[in-house]
Write a protein that binds this ligand. Structure first.
Ligand SMILES: C[S@@+](CC[C@H](N)C(=O)[O-])C[C@H]1O[C@@H](n2cnc3c(N)ncnc32)[C@H](O)[C@@H]1O
Length: 232
């Protein structure tokens, strides 16, 4: 099962998204206060317009471009304050495409590890290519002093192999697939690749099964980076 087709044909907003709602709450928190009326946000791997929905819920009049290769792109969210532009393409395709507008903010929520996997190499090589592509995309499409907002899952630092195996079995039973820890990103990897520290970084336990949140080793992370040298 590849990273794109595994999301094809599922009612993402009513199934998967409900299980990772902690991630979306964190993203809502970090976006609030960072976006302004009239901003353009490019949501990369946004599924059925998840970024657009969060921004709509914040009541911000903005334009959201969603780059999403799976059929979830056909599930168009109900929006009033957000202008929504869905583009059915992969992140790789988007590197060569002309975006309708330059962005004030690039957003990726739980899509980084799926996008990286598309290169089909080792986790380390996939990440190297991911960051190379991300930097190209930033230089092409992010306005000067633009923002990068990442929502990404990972396992609690120091979690044992046994704990990770147990969590993976639970994740597979609830979401249909799981990831080894090398495929997930850390905030340090983003900082190193972007050459800056985040201006905001928060994390919370992410419980997929609604048991005690403190007992899960799965973490939802949200980080905001300010990029000084956008070239637009
Ligand atoms: C876990 S979902 C996250 C969806 C959404 N961002 C959210 O907040 O719920 C991962 C998304 O990444 C997308 N994806 C996978 N490979 C991709 C690629 N190469 N380029 C862009 N998106 C990709 C999937 O189709 C899926 O919609």
């Amino acid at each position: 099962m590849d990273s794109i087709s595994k999301f094809n044909g599922i009612d993402y907003a009513n199934t998967f998204a409900k299980k990772i709602s902690v991630m979306h709450e964190l993203i809502k928190d970090v976006l609030s206060g960072h976006l302004n009326k009239g901003d353009v946000i490019i949501d990369i791997g946004g599924g059925p317009g998840m970024g657009a929905k969060i921004i709509e819920n914040l009541g911000i009049e903005a334009t959201v471009i969603n780059i999403e290769p799976s059929t979830t792109i056909y599930d168009i969210p109900q929006l009033s304050s957000v202008k929504y532009i869905p583009l059915k393409m992969t992140f790789k395709d988007a590197l060569d495409a002309k975006m309708p507008f330059a962005a004030n903010c690039l957003l990726m929520v739980s899509s980084e590890h799926e996008i990286a996997l598309c290169s089909g190499l080792s986790a380390k090589e996939n990440k190297r290519i991911f960051f190379e592509d991300l930097n190209k995309f930033i230089h092409k499409n992010l306005k000067k002093n633009g923002l990068l907002v990442f929502g990404f899952p990972n396992y609690r630092k120091g979690a044992s192999e046994t704990e990770i195996d147990k969590q993976r079995r639970l994740t597979e039973s609830l979401l249909g697939h799981s990831h080894p820890k090398e495929e997930f990103f850390s905030v340090e990897e983003f900082s190193v690749s972007l050459g800056v520290q985040p201006v905001v970084y928060i994390q919370k336990p992410m419980n997929l099964a609604n048991e005690n949140p403190e007992e899960t080793i799965l973490r939802a992370n949200a980080a905001v980076f300010k990029i000084q040298n956008g070239n637009l």
